[in-house]
Write a protein that binds this ligand. Structure first.
Ligand code: RTP
Ligand code: MG
Length: 139
């Protein structure tokens, strides 16, 4: 994946609450193009693998349980400066600190159930996109 791509998930709480459309609209209106998209559910094993970088963090087990608690929507997104611009659009991890106009300000419930994931580097965007999508699923 080139440096103009990022990866996102709409997390289980937001899918459960019927926010798929609202969040995807904010993403498209933010100038991102949807390259790949699917609704799926992570097993605890796959969620653990996805978040392996956080293995030593105190919130790891809760995070794995939460991310496998229901379906998610995974997407690859395209825009110039995608990784940094998308993290700006989603806002701070803790919604109490998220700025007005961000996805987490509008849709996140708590520091854990914070509605969306966004890749933190070009390298991780590539790895995370490959975790969910084959070449024949990207357009
Ligand atoms: P993400 O990876 O989901 O885009 O979120 P992020 O970069 O803003 O935050 P990160 O530090 O990577 O944490 C990953 C996810 O773990 C959950 N978390 N829970 N209970 C807690 O203190 C805590 N801290 C983080 C959140 O779901 C966070 O998005
Ligand atoms: Mg992160």
């Amino acid at each position: 994946m080139a440096a103009n791509k990022t990866f996102t998930m709409i997390k289980p709480d937001a899918v459960q609450d019927n926010y798929i459309g609202g969040i995807t609209q904010m993403i498209e209106e933010g100038g991102f193009r949807v390259v790949a998209l699917k609704k799926t559910r992570l097993t605890p094993e796959r969620a653990g693998k996805f978040y392996e970088v956080h293995k030593e963090r105190p919130f790891y087990n809760d995070l794995v349980n939460y991310m496998s608690s229901g379906p998610i929507v995974a997407m690859i997104l395209e825009k110039d400066n995608a990784v940094a611009d998308f993290r700006k659009l989603i806002g701070a991890t803790n919604p109490a600190q998220a700025e007005e106009g961000t996805i987490r300000k509008k849709y996140a419930k708590s520091v854990e159930a914070n509605a969306v994931h966004g890749s933190d580097s070009d390298e991780n965007a590539q790895i995370e996109g490959d975790f969910f999508f084959g070449e024949d699923e990207r357009f």
